[in-house]
Design a protein around this ligand. Structure first.
Ligand code: MSP
Length: 508
């Protein structure tokens, strides 16, 4: 296993406010970062997020807002940062593509690839989707509409710069075939491989003439052109954590052979990450990331959430209404990471009332109530390891011991990233403990003066809660801290239930 861990999210376009789709990737990355910090040590994990601030979309949104592009991006980028603070996202660095550290690296990359002959000038005649900033070959279009956004394409003819993707197609296919964890999940990997087998890559146009678009990084060898926004954006993953030396060698603490490099993103931008980016790195002589993971989409009534459909849900509203940890829990529990999920408030409430109120909240509340009632808040000082419980009690003891390993397996073995499975393992323990309370009927133990049994029983429940609070920490950091605080007190107070049931009979 590698000693260090570097995880990235996409950098988000600042043409609109963040929505739950954006928050999904950042919450997942935050959980992985927190989880790996526990195992590798705080200083051995780096979590990068940021904003993508150049290009047509941004220029247009700034014009519409009546602001200069720079003013506009400053404002919207700030909204992303604020949201991450609010959602408890503990990133290590936030990169903006308008920062000098980034622009400098982009210029360096362009110079290196141009000098190597992997970027060349040519005349382009063909179809272009202005809103998507994408050139489309004749073979991929029908009825002169953009295959992605379905808006009309424009016919253009201009001199541009191209990056030699075609030359590296065979190499890329081989790399993906040899490294089963390079593109995940497996279904997506097969899609990328299928695409490479059935299509010949076209070289990528990486410039836009300034007269058409000026909001971008000028090409160092042709100031009349700016860099295509995707070529600019992908470089953030290296511009944030390292530099090129005088000989064009890239040096970084977080992109060396001791580091596991993981890119998370949604499935719609996998092609850019699994085709353009590896080829760019290969040309630059930089090692490949270990894993490029594409998660699914959150759908609303089967449709993707998007500004144009007007069905965007604001993550802040959800966090304010149901609590930050509930929101984090819901997103990672309710859909398989990699598949699409259906978002609805009913689904959140169902998880809340079931998993959080009935299962976790109830276990904590009933246990602390008993500690207060029978022992005036002082947890019985017993070592559960020295006690022989009945079958159910022993099973709980074993599950407490096994749980960390089970979670590690969900995160690291096979293809990992099984957040919902990891949570399920934790909830198995919670369910066993709740069932044990019902089976044991502690109030009878008390009545019958079975003092030693009662002590052991309650101590076991406290240990379950302690374990759960440790294991949910990456997912629900505030809840975990609260439970730990309650358990850490000399005299435990039951306080208010952590997750009071939401009454669905009343309409809000
Ligand atoms: N700026 C580019 C990324 C450049 S990375 C070098 C971009 N930005 S974006 O803001 O449009 O989208 C960012 C991410 O949000 C993508 O990973 C996309 O998949 C994700 N989501 C957008 N809508 C989504 C859902 N409805 N559900 C889940 N994630 C989705 O693309």
């Amino acid at each position: 296993m590698k000693k260090k861990y570097y995880i990235t999210t996409p950098i988000y376009y600042v043409n609109a406010s963040p929505h739950i789709g954006h928050s999904y990737t950042n919450i997942a990355a935050d959980v992985l970062a927190r989880y790996n910090r526990q195992g590798l040590g705080e200083g051995n994990v780096w979590f990068l997020t940021g904003t993508d601030e150049h290009g047509q979309k941004i220029q247009k949104a700034a014009d519409e807002a009546g602001l200069s592009a720079q003013e506009f991006v400053n404002k919207v980028s700030g909204r992303f940062r604020d949201l991450w603070e609010r959602l408890g996202i503990k990133y290590d660095d936030f990169i903006r593509t308008t920062e000098e550290r980034h622009e400098k690296t982009v210029r360096r990359v362009l110079e290196i690839l141009y000098a190597k002959g992997d970027i060349y000038q040519a005349r382009y005649e063909g179809w272009y989707c202005t809103p998507c900033e994408t050139f489309w070959p004749q073979t991929q279009i029908t009825e002169q509409l953009c295959p992605d956004c379905k808006r009309p394409l424009e016919r253009i003819s201009e001199t541009n710069y191209f990056f030699k993707l075609k030359k590296y197609q065979e190499w890329l296919q081989g790399h993906i075939e040899k490294n089963p964890e390079f593109v995940l999940p497996a279904t997506r990997r097969n899609e990328v491989l299928g695409f490479l087998k059935n299509n010949q890559l076209e070289d990528l146009c990486i410039s836009r003439p300034k007269e058409r678009l000026s909001w971008g990084i000028p090409l160092p060898f042709s100031p009349q052109h700016v860099t295509y926004v995707w070529f600019d954006a992908l470089i953030n993953y290296i511009s944030a954590v390292g530099e090129f030396d005088a000989n064009g060698k890239y040096i970084s603490k977080w992109w060396d052979n001791d580091t596991k490099v993981v890119h998370l993103m949604g499935k719609d931008i996998l092609r850019h990450h699994a085709v353009y980016w590896p080829i760019m790195l290969e040309c630059l002589g930089i090692r490949q990331p270990d894993t490029i993971f594409a998660h699914g989409w959150w759908l609303i009534d089967q449709a993707k959430m998007s500004k144009s459909l007007g069905n965007v849900v604001n993550p802040l509203d959800m966090a304010n209404k149901y609590g930050i940890d509930t929101y984090r829990y819901f997103l990672l529990r309710d859909a398989v990471f990699g598949n699409d999920g259906n978002f609805s408030e009913e689904a959140i409430i169902k998880r809340f009332n079931g998993d959080l109120a009935n299962d976790l909240g109830n276990l904590i509340y009933r246990t602390l109530t008993m500690v207060e009632k029978y022992y005036q808040g002082a947890v019985p000082g017993i070592e559960i390891d020295k006690i022989n419980f009945d079958l159910s009690g022993e099973a709980i003891k074993n599950k407490i011991k096994a749980l960390s390993g089970e979670i590690t397996a969900e995160f690291n073995q096979g293809f990992g990233f099984a957040f919902e499975q990891a949570l399920e393992k934790i909830w198995e323990l919670i369910a066993m403990a709740n069932k044990y309370v019902e089976e044991t009927k502690p109030w009878n133990l008390a009545k019958e003066n079975k003092t030693e049994e009662l002590k052991a029983f309650i101590r076991l429940l406290v240990e379950v809660i302690r374990k759960v609070s440790q294991e949910v920490a990456p997912f629900m950091p505030a809840t975990s801290a609260l439970i730990k605080e309650q358990l850490g007190a000399d005299i435990i107070k039951k306080g208010q239930p952590l997750f009071p049931r939401i009454d669905t009979s009343k309409k809000s």
